[in-house]
Every structure is written in structure tokens, then in C-alpha cells.
Write a protein of this length. Sequence first.
Length: 369
Amino acid sequence: MPRPILATVDTAALRHNLARARAAAPDARVWAVVKANAYGHGIERSFEGLRGADGFALLDLAEAQRVRALDWRGPILLLEGCFEARDLELCSRLGLWHVIHCNEQIDMLAAHKTGLPHRVFLKMNSGMNRLGFTPERFRAAWTRLNALPQVGEISLMTHFSDADGPKGISVQLQRFDAAAHDLPGERTLSNSAALLCHGAALASRSDWIRPGIAVYGSAPDFPAHRAAEWGLQPAMTLGSRIIGVQRLEAGDTVGYGSSFTADRPLRIGVVACGYADGYPRHCSTGTPVLVGDVRTRMVGRVSMDMITVDLTPIPDAAMGAEVTLWGRSLGGALLSIDEVAQAAGTVGYELMCAVAQRVPFALDPGSAA
Ligand SMILES: *Cc1c(COP(=O)(O)O)cnc(C)c1O
């Protein structure tokens, strides 16, 4: 028998979350963002659940090839554009749309030989200060692109730094509008947080929306909202089993560094999941875990291959009992990845992207893939 850890991708949840994103901007077309191997879910495994999208957005050219290999004929957008001139050949060959965020990318395009003009997304740096042309330089970039025979349609794009927080989007939105209001072209501004938290304000600039994390069922603004409050369902479940049980007396400790001391007699379950599986080592005593459908807490340190959990609320749990580290138990109980991430001082994004290579994946509860 293989070690009992398993990550499961739920096609129905992906489909549901995609529909939920669409409902937040009913007039927009939807890029399903599948960068980082579909946020760790696997591009091929997620495809069935996401094929109702209008396009796929990602940034690795090899991943774009994998989407085309699934026979996807619709739009694919490279969110960071091309990294070197020969990437443009692949764009021409596979019909990839690409972001233009700097003058070097315009230079490459101007030197590129192509039969079919490219669809490009011109990116404005409206305040995030990672990629894009400043508002002052945006129009000159647009004018340059517009004069190139290699360019067909030009769309306009920006990305918000604080759509999930108190600073909000208004300053960036004003900069974008001031610099771009009279330029033609479709607009794409919204990631998940902007879509869910500011959808109404962005409706007139949402020809395309770009939800990532919401599609995978994690709340972009946790803990202000929980995924369930946004109507999202977990697309990934990380599950395992109890492979050992210990009985502790008051004063006994558990695990490396003896960081947890029992204050009374306790039953402890040892779970086949550790940091080498992608479970965050920064989680400590108190991190929520499901045993069967019952919520309990991790105790002690996360080690490489194991964690230990308090079985007090589940007195009948024995060897082989089902454990859910995040996602949905077989009985339907939910444990949000966002809660586990919070206990580790990080975000759901990181956890789902970091499930380790050694963890086998299955597609949909009950059926191996
Ligand atoms: C990753 C990414 C998104 C998706 O962001 P989420 O927060 O996961 O919704 C949207 N736009 C760009 C440019 C991105 O890089």
C-alpha cells in the first residue's frame, strides 16, 4: 500500500467557482488564470473543470504549450509577455496573446517576422510598481505598438496591489482612467480580489476578468471574508490517514523540541503528512485539522513526514482514520486552506502551489487519475 497521503482536485468545485466568478461580472469574458501549474492543481487535471472559461492566462511558455496540447483552440494570454525574442515565434505558431509591459518587448516585436498580427495586452503600472508602463509613458507605448504591422488588436491592462485591503483600488483606478480613457481597446483590470470586492466599480472596465485564487476556492481577502461567504468551494483537498496512536499522560511531550506538553491524559493521532509533503512547517499547536468530519487541532511541531493531532474530540478515531489537512472530507466537512495558511503566517496561494512532488494526485473524490 502506498503511503496514504493524497491530493484530490474537484472538477465540480472548479466549475462552480468559475461560474461564481462569471456571475460577479456577467458581461465580462473570463480568463481562468492557470499559472504555476494551475496554482498547484495541475493544468491537465484542472482543464475539465475550467474549460468553460473564455481563455487561459499563464506566464510560462511550456504551460501554454500544455494548454494547446489539450486541444484548447481559444485564447491563451501570457501574463508577463515574452522573455526573449524567440518566444515570439511560439506566440505566432500557437496564436498566443501576450502582455507588453516594457519597451524591450516592443523592440522584440518590431523585429519579429509574422504572417498574422499579434493580439497584445499593453500593461500599465498604475502603482503596483512591478511590471508595466507608467501612466506618463503609456500613451507613447500604445502609439508605438499601434504603428507596428506585427500588432493587430491592442487591449489595455493593469493590476491592483490592494484590492483585498483597506487601501483599495481608487488611486490606481484613477491613474488608469486618466491615462487611458480615450484609448480604444478592451480592458482587463480585475484579479479575484478586485472582482469580488470591487466588481461593481470595475464593471465598465471589465471586458475580461482574470480570476485565479477564487477559481481554486480560496478567499482573496481572508480573513475579512471566508471562501464560503463568497460562495466558493475548495478545489483541492489534501487528505491522509492516521498511521499511529499514542496515549499521553499529563506532563508528556510530543515531537521534536518537545514543544507541546499534555496538561492531562491525551490520545494523539500521528498523521502521514509533513513538511516534505508541502504542509507548512510554520504551523504549530492549534492549527485546525479534520479527523473524519470532526475538527481538532495539531499539537507539537510539524516534522518532515508526520504531524500529530489531538484525538480528544474523536474518541473512536483509530489507525487508518481519514484526516483532512485542508479541503473537504469524504463526509463533506470543510476546512479552508486559508485557515491553515493563516496558522502558518501565509496565504492559501502558497500552500496550494507548494504541494510536494511526492504527493500523488487524484481527480475527483474516489477516482484515481
Ligand atoms: C496571478 C495573476 C492574476 C490572478 O490573481 P488572483 O489573485 O489569483 O486572482 C491576475 N492577473 C495577473 C496579472 C496575475 O499575475
